[in-house]
Design a protein around this ligand. Structure first.
Ligand code: ADP
Length: 239
């Protein structure tokens, strides 16, 4: 793979080396990830495709450090997570990893700006700077005019934009995105992927996005394909 496009300064934000994940299954085990290796550089947007049940969610959950692999190494911003106690792993995740789920999961009684501010509060950050940062990020995602709106006053695409801005509040080095366009029409889906492309560059994150829609792959830098728990070598899309 040509990595010259993303000159690395320091360790890659996200690296999985020979990661195997087995789930207990009756008397035996299901191998959800089979010796998966993937390195994502800062500023790089990877799309992860593959059929249902191939291990995409398992890869995302393992990269998010929500699930510990059975074998292999997950390294976040130079820290090998295997040796960390749960408490330290949680702190690492809060500090370095942004997660965007399919459904925005916004709190119904909070405005767009408040969704962002409260996420900082939950991370234990001082409240003082949160308001300004929330306003800046809502501007980045094109929602300045909607800062005071409640979720039900926003479109599906706008809610997903709030979701993205909320993940950015934590200044993540690694951004993990699960099917961000599942509930959106084509036009809104395209603009969400373009936004992920922009913020990945602007905030210099390593971003992995699961998508079932191969149509959006050309908008990303690299495509990696899962099949039966095995990841094929990532390929540059030429984007
Ligand atoms: P995808 O996201 O590509 O649909 P998954 O990562 O959800 O694939 O699933 C990969 C494999 O792991 C499947 O065989 C699935 O049944 C199995 N699996 C996923 N989660 C669990 C779990 N919590 N317990 C047991 N098996 C699981």
């Amino acid at each position: 793979m040509n990595t010259m496009q993303f000159p690395a300064s320091g360790p890659a934000p996200l690296s999985l080396a020979d990661v195997t994940l087995e789930y207990p299954d009756g008397g035996g085990t299901t191998t959800a990830l089979d010796r998966v290796s993937l390195t994502v550089q800062a500023g790089q947007l990877v799309s992860l495709v593959g059929p249902s049940g191939s291990g995409k969610s398992s890869l995302l959950a393992t990269a998010a450090t929500l699930v510990r692999p059975t074998r292999g190494q997950v390294t976040i911003d130079g820290t090998d997570t295997a040796g960390l106690r749960d408490r330290d792993l949680t702190a690492l995740r809060r500090g370095k990893v942004g997660i965007i789920f399919q459904q925005p999961n916004l709190l119904p009684s909070l405005t767009a700006a408040e969704q962002l501010i409260i996420s900082d509060h939950l991370r234990g950050k001082p409240a003082k700077a949160a308001g300004r940062k929330a306003a800046e990020l809502l501007d980045v995602v094109g929602l300045s005019a909607s800062a005071g709106k409640l979720p039900h006053q926003l479109s599906g695409g706008q809610r997903q934009r709030v979701n993205i801005a909320r993940a950015l509040m934590g200044n993540p080095k690694v951004l993990l995105v699960d099917e961000p366009t599942a509930a959106l029409d084509h036009e809104r889906s395209t603009s969400i992927i373009r936004l992920l492309r922009e913020v990945t560059s602007e905030f210099n994150m390593a971003t992995v996005m699961v998508t079932h829609d191969t149509e959006f792959v050309p908008l990303t830098d690299v495509v990696a394909t899962m099949r039966d728990g095995v990841l094929t070598a990532p390929v540059l899309t030429g984007a």
